[in-house]
Design a protein around this ligand. Structure first.
Ligand code: ADP
Length: 174
């Protein structure tokens, strides 16, 4: 397994699967979600609507993951996962870890080899970047499904500050 870090826009990545920091409605939003739907086009939203009409009438629960087409993106699939909103009063780390774990399970079930992840929950959902990075990196390392098709997990960090934090935590754990 190979964990890599890049600074950039996740919608520019050429990978098998791009993980979306979605919200439970699956109907789009800001941040990564908005960028994915803008660049990927209406096919993604159409499949999300179908999922709402069939498997997830009440929305995708926090910590779970589901795949759709990647539309016009340079990927085969978008894996939508719903991160928890950060709370100072309640430890929701297990839900954030679950996003990474479940996304890897979905990726492996599709036969994806390369998977791009954003820093889930670290934007609008306000998770502190350092803690988000720690959970992301340790979970992906531990949860890699045995015999999985996935060979590369690529974290795509939008700005240099987020990239530096991920780089530091990855170096600490090597
Ligand atoms: P959440 O609602 O789960 O917090 P966001 O999309 O608001 O998700 O933010 C998650 C992280 O992704 C933040 O660090 C944000 O800066 C970053 N981000 C926003 N747009 C992009 C993008 N196009 N590519 C990669 N990362 C992005």
């Amino acid at each position: 397994m190979n964990i890599s870090l890049v600074q950039g826009d996740i919608t520019d990545q050429r990978v098998d699967a791009i993980v979306n920091a979605a919200n439970s409605s699956l109907m789009g939003g800001g941040g990564v979600d908005g960028a994915i739907h803008r660049r990927g086009g209406p096919e993604i939203l159409a499949e999300c609507r179908e999922l709402r009409a069939s498997r997830y009438p009440d929305g995708l629960p926090t910590g779970q993951a589901v795949a759709t087409t990647a539309g016009a993106l340079q990927a085969r699939w978008v894996i939508h996962t719903v991160g928890p909103v950060y709370s100072r009063g309640e430890d929701r780390s297990h839900l954030l870890a679950s996003c990474y774990r479940e996304s890897l399970v979905v990726a492996a079930s599709l036969g994806a080899v390369t998977v791009a992840f954003p820093a889930i929950s670290a934007g609008v959902y306000r998770w502190p970047m350092r803690d988000a990075a720690r959970i992301a990196l340790s979970t992906v390392r531990q949860a890699w499904p045995a015999g999985s098709s996935v060979a590369e997990a690529r974290f795509v960090l939008f700005d240099s500050a987020a990239y530096a934090v991920f780089e530091e935590i990855l170096a600490e754990s090597r």
